[in-house]
Design a protein. Structure first.
Length: 255
């Protein structure tokens, strides 16, 4: 086997990659890595100013301010992206939110807010992006979580866990439904990752100690470690992989 040619399978040269929640944390790491691997990246984020700043530092990148909970705006944005780029090859469904409250304290409005972003938003993103994926190609990578595959237990987070569990099975269902048209659908399930998303948790040293204790590798993930899993699943290197959920969790789910 020609090793350099095999490594080229991890590149995504000339492909259009849309990353939601792409201005911060894991999404930002995905944008930077996909661009380095040859993609033309589109940074989509509710923080329009931050999205523009990220895109401004990457040749050929585009930026759109968008709340994925707004289905009509989302559909319009995907159509505009396709109009400006010609197609969409890769979607990284990364936008997400969490309201960490116990079930008894969580208001229905808060539950609906998390569902609208983490589950409905991801569904609409995938549905609309897939309309513009080329025949016989295309890749969707959903950002799930170990909390979608585990009851957790360190603190209550029912709406996040439920929506991420739904995203896991949405990944499988779309993979089966879209296999015939050549669109692969996979997910990455990170552990706690060192980003602003876990900021309130990181301010509690005892909780951080417990997280490390339940993680066999004994540490949090770094954003680029999650991004590398995303690149693999999005790239031709994973051409026979669909319906898979790749845990980047330091062994948490292996216990």
């Amino acid at each position: 086997m020609n090793a350099p040619a095999s490594l080229d399978r991890f590149r995504v040269d000339g492909q259009v990659a849309v990353v939601t929640g792409g201005a911060h944390g894991i999404g930002l790491a995905c944008v930077q890595l996909l661009a380095a691997a040859g993609a033309r990246v589109v940074v989509v984020d509710r923080d329009a100013e931050a999205a523009a700043a990220v895109a401004g530092g990457i040749a050929g990148a585009l930026a759109f301010g968008l709340d994925v909970a707004d289905a009509a705006a989302l559909a319009h944005t995907m159509a505009v992206i396709a109009q400006q780029t010609g197609r969409i090859d890769i979607l990284v469904n990364n936008a997400g939110t969490a309201i960490r409250k116990s079930t008894q304290e969580l208001a229905l409005e808060e539950w609906n807010q998390v569902v609208a972003v983490n589950l409905t938003g991801a569904f609409v993103c995938a549905r609309e992006a897939a309309r513009f994926m080329p025949a016989g190609g295309g890749s969707v990578v959903n950002m799930a979580s170990i909390m979608g595959m585990s009851g957790g237990g360190l603190y209550p987070n029912i709406s996040y866990q439920t929506t991420k569990g739904g995203l896991v099975n949405m990944t499988r269902a779309l993979a089966v439904e879209w296999a015939g048209r050549g669109v692969r659908v996979n997910a990455v399930a990170p552990t706690w990752t060192r980003t602003g998303f876990i900021g309130p948790l990181a301010s509690t040293p005892a909780l951080m100690d417990r997280i490390r204790a339940v993680t066999p590798l004994g540490r949090l993930a770094e954003p680029d470690e999650v991004a590398h899993a995303v690149l693999f699943l999005a790239s031709p290197a994973a051409s026979m992989v669909t319906g898979h959920v790749l845990a980047v969790d330091g062994g948490f789910l292996a216990q």
